[in-house]
Design a protein around this ligand. Structure first.
Ligand SMILES: [Zn+2]
Length: 568
């Protein structure tokens, strides 16, 4: 229906005669990749009142130029639809902007240097906070308080591991949290101790992290609002015009929804945001009711609710992902226990689905993925086939028997290319824990595609960077940004550039029920687009890492502009 409307509009416009109303903005002389099957390429776009009114050749676009039309000459540059990050944690990402980011640092010295520099640049912060350290950076696999004291001694300092499952405190932070050698381990957590003295080493595992985290002051509402606006600007500078937020607890909503509503009211919500509400075992009815009520208030196009999210399992690195067979490195770990009883998960998904909500399920291990598929299937059987678009988030490894079920059940595979970044952590911990056979199905994007499943791509920011170009590169090359390993890791599971871009645009729009409004460049759609410095389609994959965003347009308005692209 949509395609035929777009073709009709284009056909009328191209049929001759001056266009009746001039456009606000005309972009010409570009290589425009539209994400439309019927007309994948064009050279010009005209935009009026926030909508695309024309996509086609330069002559056609010229007829939309009036005296007040802003005209941008693209000089052959690539234009793609506005990028849609289908799995993000927007407020966590916003808070991470005031924290030191350690994800790129491979050695203790490099980690300490970055923390030291950050502390020096933030002399007024009562705490020095950071995230992103990797187990492999530290001898023995865990950091110590002495290593952190060497970087920050005057204030409490706390650094979260990249996976969120471990923490690293300095001596001042341990003292503030009252952690001594006499402190008992909390349920579900461990205070790592020196085997000789029993003194806490500074490393904290799982639930023990909250002993320190609960002492960290949350910035005030005004500061968090400013951080949210910074996050939106950062995303715009990366070409992102839409995000799908993977789960707020009801308490987080109480704190953060007013900030999003304020940004919306003040016209500063420059990234379209879809938000899901977290449900958990024993706590299903209230989140379902909350998401249902919010979906009536916020129905887009800038802020929308209508989904719930549940965590079926944990992560492979911590042996908490649910596997069909025991872990390979340490059989004593068993196969990982799912967070839900299968029958409770089926009932929760069915109830949310009956309430008209979309359901996101975090599932990482092959058993977790199967349970998630089973739960979506249970909802379908109970409630009948409808347009439900159930989703599974992450899918780090999968049984081959489950590939065809995504298509059969209409379940969306929501995956994050940079989680497959073949760095040391991936090789040393992730692959070791599940062994070579299961690791060979790691992040099986191409296999799910080949089985007819619909994929959407996202970042999981702040777990990894929100920079879509980094994700896009990993999606097509399966290499680190340093280009390793040379042939790529499991290159047969990579996807084509065009597929990857579809997963970040039109497919992602489908995942939030908005494909009729956005996600491709066609007459009638919302004018969300990005101009890139490199033509990714005509250069080798390395060009993706060099590509700069030159212009981001959302609703026809430039929300980011690099001065190297002249704009009148
Ligand atoms: Zn996530």
């Amino acid at each position: 229906m949509l395609v035929s409307t777009a073709v009709l509009v284009l056909g009328v416009a191209a049929a001759g005669g001056p266009a009746d109303t001039p456009a606000d903005l005309v972009l010409t002389g570009g290589r425009v990749w539209t994400a439309e099957t019927e007309q994948p390429w064009a050279e010009a776009i005209a935009i009026r009142d926030g909508r695309i009114v024309y996509v086609g050749d330069a002559a056609g676009a010229a007829r939309y130029r009036g005296p007040k039309t802003q005209a941008v000459a693209l000089g052959g540059r690539l234009v793609v639809p506005g990028l849609d990050d289908a799995h993000i944690h927007l407020m966590s990402g916003a808070l991470s902007l005031e924290r030191v980011d350690l994800i790129e640092d491979g050695t203790v010295a490099a980690v300490q240097a970055r923390i030291r520099a950050f502390a020096a640049a933030h002399p007024g912060s009562p705490w020095v906070l950071g995230r992103g350290w990797l187990y492999g950076s530290f001898p023995g696999g865990l950091p110590t308080k002495q290593q952190l004291d060497a970087a920050v001694a005057d204030r409490p300092a706390y650094m979260e591991c990249y996976d969120g499952h471990s923490g690293w405190a300095n001596s001042k932070a341990l003292a503030l949290a009252g952690i001594t050698k006499d402190t008992k381990d909390p349920v579900g957590g461990a205070i790592v101790r020196d085997p000789a003295t029993g003194e806490p080493t500074g490393a904290l595992k799982e639930a023990a992290t909250s002993l320190v985290e609960s002492k960290i002051p949350l910035p005030g509402a005004e500061e968090r609002c400013q951080l949210l606006l910074r996050a939106l600007r950062l995303l715009n500078s990366q070409g992102v015009t839409s995000v799908q937020d993977a789960g707020y607890t009801p308490a987080q909503l109480d704190a953060d929804l007013p900030l999003m509503e304020r940004a919306l009211r003040e016209g500063q919500l420059t990234v379209r945001t879809t938000v899901s509400v977290q449900m958990s075992p024993g706590d299903v009815d209230a989140p379902v009711a909350r998401a249902t009520a919010l979906a009536k208030v916020h129905r887009g196009p800038l802020l929308r609710f209508g989904a719930v999210k549940g965590y079926v399992d944990g992560v492979i690195e911590a042996h908490t992902a649910a596997m069909l067979e025991p872990y390979s490195d340490d059989p004593a770990q068993g196969a990982g226990k799912p967070n839900w009883e299968p029958s409770a998960l089926d009932a929760a998904v069915t109830a949310a689905d009956r309430a008209g909500l979309q359901v996101y399920l975090h599932a990482i291990g092959d058993r977790g993925v199967r349970m998630a598929l089973d739960a979506h299937e249970a909802a379908l059987r109970a409630n009948g086939r409808g347009d439900r678009r159930g989703r599974i988030e992450h899918i780090e490894t999968i049984s081959p028997a489950d590939y065809p079920r995504f298509k059969a059940l209409g379940v969306i595979a929501s995956m994050q290319p940079l989680h497959a970044n073949p760095d040391q952590n991936n090789a040393d911990v992730w692959s070791r824990n599940i062994g070579p056979e299961r690791a060979s199905r790691g992040f099986s994007w191409r296999n799910i595609e080949k089985a007819g499943g619909r994929l959407v791509f996202g970042s999981d920011w702040p777990v990894v960077t929100s920079d879509v170009m980094r994700g896009l590169y990993c999606a097509v090359a399966r290499k680190t940004k340093e280009g390793t390993p040379p042939g790529g890791w499991l290159p047969e599971l990579a996807v084509s550039l065009e597929s990857a871009l579809r997963h970040y645009t039109i497919d992602a729009a489908y995942a939030s029920f908005e494909e009729a409004e956005k996600g491709s460049l066609a007459a009638g759609k919302r004018a969300d687009l990005v101009v890139l410095s490199e033509d990714l389609f005509r250069q080798p994959p390395d060009a993706i890492l060099k590509a700069k965003v030159l212009l981001t347009v959302m609703d026809g308005r430039a929300v980011y502009h690099d001065p190297s692209l002249p704009m009148p």
